[in-house]
Structure formats: C-alpha cells, structure tokens
Design a protein around this ligand. Sequence first.
Ligand code: CP
Length: 309
Amino acid sequence: MPRNLVGIDALTRDKILYLLDMAREFELRPNRKLLDGRIVATLFFEPSTRTRLSFETAANRLGAKVIGFTDPKVTSSTKGETLKDTILMVGNYADVIVMRHYLEGAALYASEVSPVPVINAGDGAHQHPTQTMLDLYTIRQTQGTLENLNICLVGDLRYGRTVHSLLMAMRHFNPTFHFVAPPSLAMPDEYKEYCREYGIHYEEHEEFSEAIIAQSDILYMTRVQRERFSDLMEYERVKDVYILRRDMLREAKTNMRILHPLPRVNEIHVDVDDDPHAYYFQQARNGIYARQAIICDVLGLTLEDIRHD
Ligand code: CP
C-alpha cells in the first residue's frame, strides 16, 4: 500500500515531531542525493507559486527528477479525461504524485486510486497539510516549542484551508486560538466542533484589536480567497476588512512572529515587512525543508537514513 499525506489529522503527535526533526536535517544540509533515479510528479489543477516551486526545489535538492503541469488546460482533462485516469497514467510514470486541486476531497480520491503515494498540495477550501508542516516547523523554530501557545488566526477563516489544517495539527499541543473574522468569513462550525471535541480553547472576535495582537505568540494572517466566492459583491465588501499595519504592533510581545501562508494582497501593509516581528518570507523558505521530509517519508526513507547520509 502506498503511503500518502492527504489530511493533517492522520498524523500523530509523534509523527509530526518526527517529520519536523527530519526537516531540520534538511535545513542543516539541503542537498542530498537520496532520491537519485526517482521521479516526482507535480499536478497543479489550481495556481500556485510557493507550494509547487518549493516541492520542485525539494525534489531537485534530493536528486529526483520532476514532471508535471501547472495548468490543467494543457492536459487531456480538457478532452474529458477523468481524474482517476489521469492519476493512473501519472502513476505509470512517477514514483510520487503531488497534487493541488480545486475540489475538496480530490486528494483523498486520488490516493484511493493511485498506485504511488499521493501528497495533497491543497484541495479546495478543505486542507493544506504540507503548508501546515512548514507552519509548525516555523512556529517551533521561532518560539522554541509548539506547546501552550497563543495563536491568533486573522481573515478568511471560512475558506482558508491553511487555518483549517493548522487548527487540527495544533490539537496535540494545547494551544489557545483567537479567531478574528467578519461573520461571513467566520471559522466554520465543523472546525469549532473539532475544537470542542479535542478540548482546544478558542475565542471569536470581529474586531482586530491591538489588545489581541498583544496577547499573541503567533499572528497568522490570511488572504480573503476571491476564487472561492460565488458572490463577487460579497468579496468586494470584505476583501480589505483587516489590514495589519506596523503601528498596530506597538504592544506586541518581543518574540511574537507574524506568519502568512502567502500570497498576500492587502492584509499585511508593506510597512510591516521590515518589522522584526515579520517572518512570512522565512516561513515560505521552510517549505523546502518540510517538503523534503514529506517526500522522503512517503517514499519510505527514515530519519536514520537521512542522518547517516
Ligand atoms: N501558501 C501557498 O499555498 O502558496 P501558493 O498558492 O503560492 O502555493
């Protein structure tokens, strides 16, 4: 049976910490030809900059070759080929499939029909587990721990798959969450139910105040996801609802760090970029190491294999 990474909820606390330790090895030395002769397929049915390029960088630094597409319009899916047939075909060519798809559940479906491991690079508004692994890596890197942190999630909590996956992963580490969103973009009930089930403490806010920022260890900003709105008038109404500016950071803890999965539009003013709390570009860099670890893991390489390389 192939090993897959479809949802972050499948990972135990020990497995998360193990993958973070593996990612640390890759940060110390990224170029390791552990996957010489292997082929990684990147199938992107939705646009991406960071996820695709960091996966491809990860594969190249591991000595693998990369095939794939960045636009489904240039594939036979435009002729009516099903996702199942596409996955079966690519499974003939590659050793692992990295797939982003606009449909929630597409990664799970692909993993059920694929002869090779499938890694979910984002499925609709559902999950983005590899982003979560790099987020966890970054949180541990900046805070020295994942335990007992105060994490403020701001913006589009309804459609933002990164916040859904982060919330689920943090259940192992006793967080306190502050959900800051307008009512139309509030955290969906299923994730609040998840918090109650796992004893995760959370508070909801409509106002994005300096008082909330002052309590935070991690301030996780998100983009309002235009592509998920059926009503573009509603998007126009909420798109700039929260804009983080440097003068809002006066009371922030010294060690607080601002994260964002990126791309950003207006939600972080550029005057924040030079502030010592800003960490989103370093966060994106960590995607290489986290994804090196994930590719190796689904292909059966262990932490010991990497340490002895
Ligand atoms: N964070 C993220 O998923 O970015 P991309 O959409 O550019 O891949």
